[in-house]
Design a protein around this ligand. Sequence first.
Ligand code: ASP
Ligand code: MG
Length: 440
Amino acid sequence: MLRVIDIVRTRGISRRTRPLVVLSACAGVTNTLIAIGELALKEKIAEALVSVDALEARHARIARDILEDEVEVERVQHALREIWEDIRVLIRGIHLLRELTPKTRDQIQSAGERASSLIFHSALRERLKESNISVNLYNAREFFVTTNEFGAARPIIPEIARQMRKIRSQLAKGAVGVTQGFIGRTMSGDTTTIGRGGSDFSAAIQGVAIDADEIQIWTDVAGIMTCDPRIAPAAWTVEQISFHEASELAFFGAKVLHPETIWPAVEKGIPVLVLSSREPEKSGTVIVESSDHELPITGIAVKRSIVLARIPSSNSIPDPSVQQTIWQAFTESGSAMPLAVSLSVDSALIALNDASALPVLRKACEGIAHLEIETDRALITLVGKGLRHQAGVAVRIFRALGRTNCEMVSFGGSETAFSIVVHNDVANRVVKKLHAEFFE
Ligand code: ASP
Ligand code: MG
């Protein structure tokens, strides 16, 4: 929290701008709250209550540690106690009714953000007092209006924008705002949450609603990197990436934030910066609608332990309807679509995220084709907007592969992705080579 205060001071407040700080819960708290609800449901009310006590003690300690003014400590402690008291009432209710509805679960989960923002607001206010900057705490359960799909509620942007008008004008008048990510309310006032890890999404939506100049997402990695640094230690942070490239990297296994969560901001032309709260001096990555960097490749993603399904035809005369049967099986079963495909007249090679679609495929192939399964494969994807238009990229990819057996190639379906499949055992080596070829 102290680090965040520093960040707000140095990267949020300027002569002309005031930030709205959107907070998540303290580390691990949301998980604990979910577990508490489950314990209460499973007749383990005593354990659940012990867990609430521990959360209470932890937050009380944080408040005592970072707040200086004694009166303020008292005020915050009192407000915190009310949050935990609410939770105790809720879990007794769950216990008595033997029922934990998604609605109740959302009420319980909301405690993490409510508690963290309460403490943070007070701490930031103390530290900005000398500069004469006022700090307001805004309750997302008042202004962040969502649908009523509890646990996965969708923000209603026009309504949020309307509700946030007052906040916007207070920011414009020089106040700093603090509020919660992840939580909101339905039109009729019930507490909702928008899905795990949803604070980034909240921040993006709130930024759109108040027409922010910029949205900064402070996480624990310094932006979007060329590759997982645990695989290629020379990996570095890309300065700028297009929304489409970021989406492809996420889809093909890179641990970057879920890009779809920031789409409303990108679409509106608000730059989204991804920065590291552990290394705040690093410049991070900016995600924009279309990037203007010159790199042929922006990043390399790896998905390990994928499954290759090989479907050679069993007929001597090619029968193209095999293709149709396979695709029909995917659509009708609602299975996740393949990561990559390679087709020939009556056979196919399909790369799957996991084994879940195999029973469906097996059934579809009965009597018309063989199905050979290969596990322990890795899908390595190079993402970059220059892929399709720059000659010679493929040569460099295959040069990096050297004598390594490449079992599948997928390219051209997307403007920005080139995927290859290799055995899990050699994946790291190949990624390192590719990284060296394109980034070192
Ligand atoms: N605290 C919420 C969660 O753990 C939201 C977030 O962290 O973004 O899912
Ligand atoms: Mg979190």
